[in-house]
Ligand binder design. Structure first.
Ligand SMILES: [Zn+2]
Ligand SMILES: [Zn+2]
Length: 126
């Protein structure tokens, strides 16, 4: 594989994640990037995603019981939560935070971090 082809694939994968507006799975990144680079293989997507994650350009979104999703580091730097559609399996960003979660932890515990994933049906599936 030539370096130029590598770069083109890598750029397509990065652009897919940057323009999605929501966290994407490897499969979703693969499908969308293939529209730009039809020969793109899923293993190349895995490699590129790992490199982008190591470079701090994208961040992993953990959805309990689901495959990992990925969002831009810029999106990840703004505190937000996620909604998982149980029908189409897409993950969306949710603005805002219930806050006041420190009140839930037992006496003497110190809350440092939280993840909230809502689930249900998205507007397209409701
Ligand atoms: Zn849906
Ligand atoms: Zn929060």
């Amino acid at each position: 594989m030539t370096e130029r082809r590598n770069t083109r694939q890598h750029d397509a994968i990065r652009a897919t994640i940057e323009t999605a507006g929501r966290p994407l799975s490897i499969d979703e990144i693969h499908r969308a990037s293939k529209a730009v680079v039809p020969t793109l293989g899923v293993r190349t997507v895995y490699r590129a995603v790992r490199r982008l994650e190591e470079a701090g350009e994208i961040a992993r979104v953990i959805v309990p019981g689901q495959t990992d999703r990925y969002e831009t580091a810029t999106a990840a730097s703004h505190h937000h939560h996620h909604f998982h559609c149980l029908v189409c399996d897409r993950v969306f960003d949710v603005d805002g935070c219930p806050g006041r979660l420190a009140a839930m932890v037992p006496e003497g515990f110190v809350l440092q971090h939280h993840e909230i994933t809502l689930s249900g049906r998205c507007d397209a599936c409701a």
